[in-house]
Write a protein that binds this ligand. Structure first.
Ligand SMILES: COc1nc(N)nc2c1ncn2[C@H]1C[C@H](O)[C@@H](COP(=O)(O)OP(=O)(O)OP(=O)(O)O)O1
Length: 192
C-alpha cells in the first residue's frame, strides 16, 4: 500500500481521498519543516485566526517553522505557547506535505494533537484563538470555518476529529488569481 504514497510521504496508509489526477506531482528541491498543533477536547476544537503574514485571515492550528537546532516536538510546544499562550501534552498525529506555486520550498508539516492543555488561552499578535464545535454537535459554538481554511483541510479534518492518523499531500497553484489545490492525496491508517 505504501507504493501509492505521493513523493514526500512515508508509511503504510490506505487511500482516503484523492483528486486532480490530470496533474503530475510537482518536483521540489528544498523542504521546509513546519509544525501545526490542534487541541481537540470533547466535541470542540481550538483553531487560530491568523492576524498577519502568511495565510493572513485564514483559520488553522497553531504552528510555524522548526528552527535550526530544534526538534519538531520542541517547535510544536514553542509555537503553541507563542501563538495561543498555552502548554499541552502534544502527540505527533499526522504529516502533511504541500507545494505552493511561487514558493521555493515545499512544506513538510508535522501535525500534533492534544486533548488537554494548561494555562490561559490568550490572543497574541499572530493568532486569535477560538473554539469551534464538531459537525453534528449541539454545543453553543460556531461550526468549523472550513470555508476560511486551506481547501484540502476539509478532506483530513474528519480524520483529525475522529482520532484516525493520516498522511497527505497537496500541490497548490494559482488559478484565476486564487490559490487552489490541483492535485491531492490523503491516506489514513488501516482500520484495526
Ligand atoms: C498549503 O496548505 C496548508 N494547509 C494547512 N492546513 N496548513 C498549512 C499549509 N501550508 C502551511 N501551513 C501551516 C504550517 C504552519 O503551521 C503555518 C505557517 O507558519 P508561519 O508561516 O506562520 O510560520 P512562523 O514560523 O510562525 O512564521 P513567522 O515567525 O515568520 O510569522 O501554516
Amino acid at each position: 500500500m505504501s507504493s501509492t504514497l505521493p513523493p514526500g510521504l512515508q508509511g503504510e496508509y490506505e487511500e482516503h481521498v484523492s483528486g486532480g489526477d490530470a496533474s503530475r506531482w510537482e518536483i521540489f528541491d528544498k523542504i521546509r519543516h513546519y509544525t501545526n498543533a490542534f487541541i481537540v477536547q470533547g466535541e470542540k476544537i481550538l483553531l487560530g485566526h491568523k492576524k498577519r503574514g502568511f495565510a493572513k485571515g485564514m483559520y488553522n492550528g497553531f504552528g510555524g517553522k522548526v528552527e535550526h537546532g530544534e526538534t519538531s516536538a520542541d517547535a510544536a510546544l514553542r509555537e503553541l505557547e507563542e501563538e495561543a499562550g498555552i502548554q499541552a501534552p502534544l502527540q505527533h498525529f499526522a504529516v502533511l506535505f504541500f507545494t505552493l506555486e511561487g514558493l521555493e520550498s515545499a512544506f513538510y508539516i508535522d501535525i500534533y494533537r492534544a486533548a488537554d492543555f494548561s494555562g490561559d488561552i490568550v490572543e497574541t499578535d499572530e493568532m486569535r484563538p477560538q473554539w469551534f464545535r464538531f459537525p453534528g454537535s449541539t454545543a453553543d459554538l460556531p461550526d468549523i470555518p472550513l470555508e476560511h481554511m486551506w481547501q484540502t483541510d476539509k478532506h483530513w479534518m474528519p480524520l483529525l476529529l475522529s482520532n484516525r492518523q493520516f498522511v497527505g499531500r497537496a500541490d497548490y497553484k494559482i488559478v484565476d488569481g486564487e490559490t487552489r489545490p490541483v492535485k491531492w492525496w490523503i491516506g489514513k491508517t488501516h482500520a484495526s
